[in-house]
Design a binder for this molecule. Structure first.
Ligand code: AMP
Ligand code: ZN
Length: 151
């Protein structure tokens, strides 16, 4: 598969990636959106009505290797999908997240953004119990570590 637009990238699929197979049409999906770069479909095991996955057609594992411009495209489409879901199903809010790395819960290693509508009664994991306040020194030390690091 190749891209016809200005970027003229070849869309490289990973043979063992289930999302690449979905994009190529080898595995069925409940597609809700497609353009040259982006594909979106309903999560097979949704948290709630309209739980959607938005991903680049090109295989990238996570936030560190996806190009910034493609990340913008994923977010643009996600914003439009949020509007659609809002109009049609009127959720109270949305959780937008991306599990990055196995230890963070990523099970499919093809970058994808989750759009999870939240309705009355939707059970969302509460991690506030596991948070803790840090001292000013600890907070400042983290700030210093981060601002001295070149991006
Ligand atoms: P993550 O744990 O962030 O990698 O999310 C992977 C998501 O993909 C999970 O929420 C799964 O329910 C979903 N999923 C896995 N296989 C399929 C599939 N064939 N079609 C749609 N969603 C899928
Ligand atoms: Zn893939």
């Amino acid at each position: 598969m190749s891209c016809n637009c200005y970027c003229s990238r070849r869309i490289i699929a990973m043979d063992d990636c289930i999302f690449c197979k979905i994009i190529k049409g080898e595995i069925p999906s409940y597609k809700v959106y497609e353009d040259e770069h982006i594909y979106a479909f309903l999560d097979i095991k949704p948290l709630s009505k309209g739980h959607t996955l938005v991903l680049p057609k090109q295989h990238y594992k996570g936030i560190s290797d996806i190009p910034e411009e493609l990340l913008c495209e994923v977010n643009k489409v996600s914003k439009r999908m949020v509007s659609k879901i809002q109009k049609k199903f009127s959720p109270l809010g949305f959780i937008i997240c991306q599990n990055n790395g196995e230890s963070a819960g990523q099970t499919i290693h093809h970058y994808h953004l989750h759009i999870k509508p939240v309705y009355e009664g939707t059970v969302i994991p509460d991690e506030t119990d596991h948070r803790k306040e840090l001292s000013k020194e600890e907070m400042n030390s983290i700030v210093n570590d981060l601002i001295e690091e070149e991006i």
